[in-house]
Design a protein. Sequence first.
Length: 487
Amino acid sequence: MIASSVSEAGRLLRSGATSAEALLDAALDTASRTEAQLHAFLTIDADGAREGARQADADLADGIDRGPLHGIPVALKDNMCTRGVETTAASQILAGYIPPYDATVVTRLRAGGAVIVGKTNLDEFAMGSSTENSAYGTTYNPWDLSRVPGGSSGGSAASVATGSSLLALGSDTGGSIRQPASLCGVVGMKPTYGTVSRYGLIAFASSLDQIGPFTKTVEDSALALTAIWGYDPLDSTSYEGEYPNPAARLDRGVDGLRIGVVTELSGEGFEPAVEAATADMVARLEKEGVEVMEVSLPTFDIALSAYYLIAPAEASSNLARFDGIRYGLRVEGATTEELMTRTRAEGFGPEVIRRVLLGTYSLSAGYYDAFYGQAQRVRAAIQEDFARAYDQVDVLVSPTSPTVAFAAGARTSDPLAMYLSDICNIPANLAGHPAISVPVGLDEAGLPIGFQVMAPPLGEETMYQVAAEVERLAGFEISPRALDGAA
Ligand code: GLN
């Protein structure tokens, strides 16, 4: 890559030192060297991107500057609809589906002059934590090709880490931006629920889904969020009030802030290197003038159970639309019912079927209150726990993931082990709060470790303020070496 960040690329573009076409060439060149081993993309739209880059260059030459993302090569998780470009959510059931419209985030990116390189791999319908549930083959981790990139937005994380894009969007329902960001050593951010439009995002669990950016730097993350968020009448849960300025306090330092270290997100199941990196960062923040306290949020221990009732329940309802009539795959049958049954049996992978079964069961008449109703009560209790914690502290911190990137195949036959991958991330989804993962170091095997900063709803300014300081203190170099020799 000519530039190592969105902000650097923007400076080079505006000084005339590079062009959008040259940035695109660099991204495509990286992809052509790395994709055979990495498989971050499901579709690369070289022609569409070329057209976008030429337009971006022509606009700049005419004095039209569309803002920080002008001319920047961007990758999109393949669950965001792109007009004229196949969008599959990594499912066979959507094979060949070409949306007739753009998701709102895509419209905003285009209006901001971004150049869309292609669509990245994910766990089918964003269900998973390793990108191994994709119907089109797994993505690998650019730091170690025998390991997973995390998931479900593993393709987006891997792409930014290697430089086949400078910015990628993912979706985070229960950690799917932050966890892969952590495992791939990049910055990944989930905004406050309702602030980034879900219009055109293929729904998984609508009360939890949020789109957010993967970037190499915290500043880029704040720039990208500013470009994609804002009220959208096409999303019925879109936030209509005032939005904070994510970049307002990036250079402010952290002196005087109060930080809570979450007791429940440590101990059993957490790798020693992850705990050490977290403790080390907390100690460094303290030296910078932060007041640190241990905060206990007891409901975090049952967040995962609540999530795995609520998310599948919503998924079972959202996925009912894939019936062989309206989209993508159709397997013929003698009757309409047979057509639908066969299409769904063939079109959905095993994890998706497991979720639909779980969700349908927990919503069924006799079990609704015992399972779904109970999970909703836990969700409310988590929100209360958070509110109590934020009476005492400005932000909460924890590891992003209990472990570094795990070996491909290690958790595929054990759904519960896979589900535990997101234990640090899920509470913020259930509460609708913003959270970010910033890379802070490597373990002894050279695998990245992420540090999570959570903030109250619309607390993005403070969240980014702390994240910027974490980034500065860590001095982490994003240099995945597994693909160095790839030609
Ligand atoms: N790993 C979680 C799941 O499988 C989260 C997925 C996500 O955030 N999209 O549901």
